[in-house]
Design a binder for this molecule. Structure first.
Ligand SMILES: [Fe+2]
Ligand SMILES: [Zn+2]
Length: 408
C-alpha cells in the first residue's frame, strides 16, 4: 500500500525563514494515491499561515479547515485524552493560555515507510499516512497528534451542524404513548439521581478523571446534563498524608463580572455562544452517551449571571461554529481560563477526614491538585448532588418552623 505513495510531493515549511508567509500555501496532493474505496480519506492538505488553520480536502472533493489551536486542543493521544474515562486530560488552559497562535514549525509530507524512525522526529510535521486515512501533526515541542480522517471529518467546523434534539418524536409531538409490550426494556435505567452518592477515589480504569490521582483542573460538575446538579457535597473520608490532594475553589460569577468590566466583547461571546459537553462510555448499567450544549456564562433577566459552566475534560471536540468563530471562541475560553487561574481569585483547602464542603455547582468551580497514593495513604471523598428545589423546600419549612423571614 505504501508503495502507491510514490507520487507524493515533499514540502518543508519553516515559518521563520520564509518572507510573506501569509500568502504562502503549501500543498500535497494525494489524488494519485487515493484508493477506490468509499472510505473517507484525505486527498490533500494545505497550510495557510495567515488563517492559522490546516485546510483539508477530502476524497469526496469537499474541504474543511481546522485551526491549529483546535487540533492541539483535541489531540487524541493517550497523554492528552484519557483512555478509560474517554475525557480530555490535556490541560487546555494550562498549556495554551498564551499560545493562541500555536502552529507546526514545519510542514513536511512523505510516506512514513521511507523515513527512518530517527529522521521522522524532525522531518514530519504534517504527514498524511496510509493513503490519507490519518493526519499526523508534530508540534514545536515534538508532541505528535495523529487524527483519523473519519474522526476529523465528523468534527468539521461548520455552523450547519444541528445537535438539537428536535428531531425525536417526543420533541416533535410532545407526547408518546407506549403499551406494556413496547415498554419492555425502554425505561432509562441510569441517572446520577438514582445512586445515592459517588465515590471520589483513584481507581484503575477510571470512567471519570475525578477518579484518577492526577491534577483535576477547575470545573463545574456534569455540564453534559440538561438538568445539572444544583449543589455538590464532598465529604472527606480519607486524605493523603503526602503533598497534593488539596481542593481549589473559584467564584465563577466573580470571574464573569471581572470579564464584563475588563473585556466586554469576550463576555458577550461567552454569554451567547455554546460549547457542547459530552460524557460517554460504559459503566455497570451499560453504555451511556450524554451531551448538552451550554453557555459558559448564562444570563437571566436584567442580564445578571445565573449560571457559570466550565469543564475542560468533558468539553466536546465537536464545535458548532465556523472555523473563524472557533478561533474567537478559543481566545475567549483561554481569557476566562486565565482569569479563573489567577491566584487572587482562588481559595485552596486541603480537607482532612470528617470535613465536608458544599457549593453551588452553577456558580463555584472546583479543582484538585495531583496526589500520590501509597499502600498506607489514599484519598477518598464521598460526593453527593442535591437539587436546589429540595434545598429551598427544606429552607422554607425550617423558616416557617422557626419564624424566620424567607423570600419567595
Ligand atoms: Fe467535580
Ligand atoms: Zn497528545
Amino acid at each position: 500500500m505504501l508503495s502507491q505513495l510514490k507520487h507524493v510531493c515533499k514540502f518543508r515549511f519553516v515559518s521563520q525563514r520564509l518572507p510573506n508567509i501569509s500568502s504562502k500555501l503549501l500543498k500535497v496532493n494525494y489524488a494519485a494515491t487515493a484508493q477506490s474505496t468509499n472510505k473517507l480519506t484525505v486527498q490533500s492538505i494545505q497550510k495557510a499561515d495567515i488563517s492559522r488553520m490546516l485546510h483539508v480536502t477530502w476524497n469526496n472533493d469537499t474541504a474543511n479547515r481546522y485551526p491549529f489551536v483546535y487540533l492541539r486542543d483535541n489531540c487524541q493521544c493517550s497523554e492528552c485524552f484519557h483512555e478509560s474515562s474517554l475525557q480530555r486530560s490535556f490541560d487546555t488552559v494550562g498549556h495554551l493560555k498564551m499560545k493562541m497562535d500555536i502552529q507546526p514549525e514545519r510542514v513536511d509530507v512523505q510516506p512514513r515507510s521511507r523515513l527512518a524512525e530517527e529522521e521522522r522526529a524532525w522531518n514530519e510535521v504534517v504527514d498524511v499516512l496510509q493513503n490519507g486515512e490519518e493526519i499526523s501533526v508534530t508540534w514545536p515541542d515534538k508532541h505528535v497528534s495523529v487524527f483519523n480522517s473519519e474522526w476529523l471529518h465528523s468534527r468539521r467546523l461548520t455552523e450547519e451542524q444541528d445537535i438539537s434534539k428536535g428531531t425525536s418524536t417526543l420533541n416533535r409531538e410532545g407526547v408518546i404513548f407506549w403499551n406494556a409490550e413496547q415498554l419492555q426494556g425502554k425505561i432509562p435505567r441510569h441517572d446520577f439521581r438514582v445512586s445515592d452518592h459517588f465515590e471520589v477515589k483513584a481507581k484503575f480504569g477510571a470512567n471519570n478523571l475525578a477518579y484518577t490521582s492526577g491534577d483535576l483542573p477547575l470545573h463545574t460538575d456534569a455540564p453534559y446534563y440538561d438538568y445539572v446538579p444544583g449543589l455538590t457535597f464532598l465529604h472527606c473520608i480519607e486524605q493523603v498524608s503526602s503533598e497534593g490532594g488539596a481542593n481549589q475553589f473559584v467564584d465563577g460569577f466573580h470571574a464573569a463580572q471581572q470579564l464584563k468590566e475588563n473585556d466586554p466583547n469576550t463576555f458577550n461571546l461567552l454569554s451567547t455562544t455554546r460549547f457542547a459537553f459530552v460524557d460517554f462510555g460504559k459503566d455497570a448499567f451499560g453504555e451511556f452517551n450524554k451531551k448538552f450544549p451550554r453557555l459558559t456564562i448564562e444570563l437571566g433577566e436584567n442580564d445578571q449571571v445565573i449560571r457559570f459552566s466550565f469543564n475542560n475534560h468533558v468539553r466536546d471536540s465537536v464545535m458548532l461554529v465556523s472555523p473563524e468563530k472557533s478561533i474567537q471562541l478559543y481566545e475567549a475560553y483561554l481569557a476566562i481560563g486565565r482569569m479563573l487561574r489567577d491566584p487572587a481569585n482562588q481559595i485552596e483547602h486541603k480537607m482532612i477526614p470528617g470535613d465536608m464542603v458544599t457549593f453551588n455547582n452553577s456558580r463555584v468551580l472546583h479543582g484538585r491538585s495531583a496526589f500520590k497514593i501509597t499502600q498506607a495513604s489514599n484519598r477518598y471523598l464521598q460526593g453527593y448532588f442535591l437539587d436546589w428545589d429540595a434545598v429551598y423546600s427544606r429552607m422554607r419549612v425550617l423558616a416557617k418552623q422557626f419564624n424566620i423571614p424567607f423570600g419567595l
